[in-house]
Design a protein. Structure first.
Length: 228
């Protein structure tokens, strides 16, 4: 009787292991759902989602997009369809496209042969001048009245310079703004450190979009990063 029970348990155990393996094999890992965008801007630019800057007074900007890999976490090869409006323009894992000023939609359909995801990411393309105006508006809305009086003039001068396409002057005013931030905002407090980081990052993006590019340097370091 004891031997029979042992054999029965062994058989049941084997069946359970086989069933578990079958379940594991039959479970599909879905394709990745995060779209990574490479460009001069940020997924969170002063509270605005997926904002990217053009260069100087240009009317469009080239952005590169990818989903992190050409296969999913389960090792399955991924298939891509990148769209420009309603037209498929690429089936490669990485995609570069020009986007004009204003609100746009980046769309990609990705499939692992079992599941398919239709990903649509809203993006906004702004000029360096508009980005500077947003930075100044964000400054005014903080309520740190005793401190922003020392910062406001620099942004006004930067805005005026960019409006007249005096790029080097605008760049210098923004860099001065960055240097002055920790001198007038208390970085020892959590709120102050957050403000300095928020405004310095935004100013840095604008500086990158207006700085001079040397002859032959089509993609300088820090501006429109290359493939990861």
């Amino acid at each position: 009787m004891i031997h029979l029970r042992i054999i029965f348990l062994a058989v049941v155990g084997c069946i359970f292991v086989l069933a578990a393996e079958a379940t594991a094999v039959g479970t599909n890992v879905p394709p990745p759902s995060t779209v990574y965008i490479i460009g001069n801007g940020s997924p969170d630019f002063l509270g605005f989602t997926n904002v990217y800057l053009t260069r100087r007074n240009e009317k469009s900007v080239a952005l590169e997009s990818h989903l992190g890999a050409d296969h999913d976490a389960g090792g399955d090869i991924l298939f891509f369809q990148w769209f420009d409006e309603d037209k498929v323009v690429s089936t490669l894992p990485r995609f570069t496209n020009d986007y004009s000023l204003g609100l746009q939609t980046l769309r990609v359909i990705v499939s692992d042969g079992v599941e398919m995801l239709d990903l649509q990411v809203p993006i906004e393309i702004v000029s360096p001048l508009d980005a500077t105006r947003r930075l100044r508006a964000d400054l005014e809305l903080t309520g740190v009245r005793e401190n922003i009086d020392h910062l406001r003039p620099l942004l006004r001068l930067a805005e005026k310079a960019l409006d007249h396409r005096n790029w080097s002057i605008g760049k210098r005013r923004l860099e001065h703004f960055q240097r002055r931030l920790p001198k007038v905002i208390d970085v020892e407090t959590e709120a102050g450190a957050a403000l300095v980081g928020r405004w310095s990052d935004a100013a840095g993006d604008i500086v990158q979009s207006v700085r001079r590019i040397r002859k032959g340097d089509t993609s300088p370091n820090g501006y429109f990063p290359g493939p990861m």
